[in-house]
Design a protein around this ligand. Structure first.
Ligand code: ADE
Length: 231
């Protein structure tokens, strides 16, 4: 059986996994184990931010032996073409609060732009198409899926000016607080990974309000894509 690691930063981001994969506790604190299809699935609610996420990723690799890593959850949309509840799939990730980023290129083991696994990205995009078909059949609004750059940092971005700067500096589709550190750990450990995020806000002055309103529905949508990807 293949072993998959799933990380969500907040409870809302792993609720669907817990339920759908019939997860039970493991001897490892904060790590649940469930199953789906041919997969043994290890689920960890990491807590927010880069260090928490990196700890979770490394523990899933070392303690549970996961062979693939998926992080799903919510994000603040940056690019103009992004709408709320759209899905962003990570082609690549970097930090927006590490400076100068070139230090990562100069000093091994990991360069500043971390590439997600192309096959997982492709499967995630197909999963989005499958969900859109279902939504259309049910007479519900479809969404757009985007493949591109995600930037992570230890701050909840809630300023249009900062959002603009992230757009300009990184050509990023969205921002969140964990993806790049999970990517970093997985790159060093040579574990294929993908980050899947649903847009809860636009990282502007309304971000906190919007986050409150969209957190649950966006987190569930991202989790649904993961389930569809695995099936
Ligand atoms: N996650 C969801 N929205 C976010 C934002 N605006 N900034 C950082 N992380 C987020």
């Amino acid at each position: 059986m293949k072993k998959i690691g799933l990380i969500g930063a907040m409870d809302s981001e792993i609720t669907a996994f817990r339920r759908d994969f019939h997860a039970v506790e493991t001897p490892h604190k904060g790590i649940l184990c469930g199953s789906f299809s041919d997969y043994e699935i290890y689920i960890c609610c990491s807590g927010v931010g880069k260090v928490n996420a990196a700890i979770a990723a490394q523990r899933l690799i070392d303690l549970c032996g996961v062979q693939y890593m998926i992080n799903s959850g919510v994000a603040g949309g940056l690019a103009k073409e992004i709408a709320k509840l759209d899905i962003v799939i990570s082609k690549q990730l970097t930090y927006h609060d590490f400076s100068p980023l070139e230090l990562l290129d100069k000093y091994p083991p990991c360069s500043h732009m971390m590439q997600a696994d192309a096959e997982l990205c492709e499967k995630a995009l197909h999963a989005c198409d499958a969900l859109n078909e279902k939504l259309k059949k049910d007479g519900k609004l479809p969404f757009t899926s985007h493949l591109g750059t995600i930037v992570s940092g230890d701050c909840f971005v809630s300023s249009a000016e900062k959002a603009q700067q992230l757009r300009d500096d990184f050509d990023a589709l969205c921002t969140e607080m964990e993806g790049a550190s999970i990517a970093h750990v997985c790159t060093v450990a040579k574990i294929p990974f993908v980050i899947i995020r649903a847009i809860s806000d636009f990282a502007d002055e309304d971000a906190e309000n919007s986050f409150e309103s969209f957190e649950t529905v966006a987190a569930d949508r991202a989790a649904f894509i993961v389930k569809e990807l695995l099936s």
